[in-house]
Design a protein around this ligand. Structure first.
Ligand code: B16
Ligand code: MG
Length: 212
C-alpha cells in the first residue's frame, strides 16, 4: 500500500515545545514538593494533561481531589502558555520547513496529529497555522495516545485510508497509537529507537529518503 498522507506529531517533532512541557511540570512538581525528573518526563510524551499529572502524582504521598487536580493541571497550563507566548517563526527549524515543503511538492497530504489542546496556538506562533491540510488536536478527541483516535481523526480529515498514512512521532505512546491505527510510523528524537517504529530517524530530513 503506497503512502499518501503524512501525519506529524507537534510537540517534539515540528518544534521543541516538549521542553516547555517539561519545564512547566517541573515548576508545578517543585511547588508541590513532588520528585520529578527527565526520566519520568519521558512517560508524559503524547499523553493528555490530566494523565500526565496522574503520572507525576505517583511520587506524591498525598491524595488530591479531582477538583484540586484540575486546578493543578490548569496551573501547569498557565506556566506552559507563558512559554508559548514567546514563540516565533524562529522556533521551527529550516530543516523542518524545507522538508515539509519538499514532501508537499512530492504530492503528500500533510496533517498534524497532536494530543495537545494548545496545538493551534503553537502553530499560529510558529507561522504554520495555514500550512497543513488538516489539524487534528487534543480538543477533538476523547482518548489520547496510545489510543489511535487522534490519528484516525487526522486520516478522516485528509480523506485517506489509515493504511495509506504514515505518522512521525517522538513518543512511544504515539508510535503505539499509529500502529493501532494500522499506519506506518517513523520514530524521531526520544522515539528514534522505539521498537514499535517502522523507521528510525536520526534527522528530520531523512523523511525525504523514505517518502520519495
Ligand atoms: P496540552 P503531542 C502532547 O503533544 C505532549 O507530548 C504531551 O506532553 C502533552 O501532555 C499533551 O500534548 C497535552 O498537551 O496540555 O497542551 O493539551 O506530542 O501529541 O503533540
Ligand atoms: Mg510529541
Amino acid at each position: 500500500m503506497s503512502i499518501k498522507g503524512l501525519i506529524f506529531d507537534l510537540d517534539g517533532v515540528i518544534c521543541s515545545t516538549d521542553l516547555y512541557h517539561y519545564l512547566s511540570w517541573k515548576k508545578l512538581a517543585d511547588k508541590l514538593g513532588v520528585y520529578f525528573d527527565t526520566e519520568i518526563n519521558e512517560r508524559l510524551r503524547g499523553v493528555s494533561r490530566l494523565e500526565s499529572l496522574e503520572i507525576i502524582l505517583e511520587k506524591s504521598n498525598k491524595l488530591y481531589t479531582e477538583e484540586e487536580k484540575s486546578k493543578m493541571a490548569e496551573e501547569k497550563n498557565k506556566y506552559y502558555q507563558t512559554f508559548l507566548k514567546k514563540m516565533t517563526t524562529n522556533d521551527v527549524s529550516k530543516e523542518v520547513l524545507d522538508t515539509l515543503q519538499i514532501l508537499r511538492e512530492r504530492g503528500y497530504k500533510l496533517a498534524i496529529g497532536s494530543s495537545s489542546k494548545n496545538a493551534k496556538i503553537i502553530l499560529k506562533q510558529i507561522g504554520l497555522i495555514d500550512f497543513f491540510d488538516v489539524i487534528a488536536d487534543g480538543t477533538m478527541i476523547k482518548y489520547s495516545k496510545p489510543h489511535p483516535e487522534i490519528f484516525i481523526e487526522a486520516s478522516k480529515g485528509l480523506n485517506i485510508q489509515p493504511k495509506e498514512c504514515a505518522v512521525i512521532e517522538d513518543s512511544e505512546s504515539g508510535c503505539i497509537a499509529a500502529k493501532s491505527a494500522s499506519m506506518k510510523v517513523a520514530g524521531i528524537s526520544s522515539a528514534a529507537k522505539c521498537i514499535f517504529a517502522d523507521y528510525h530517524l536520526s534527522e528530520f530530513k531523512e523523511l525525504l529518503d523514505i517518502f520519495k
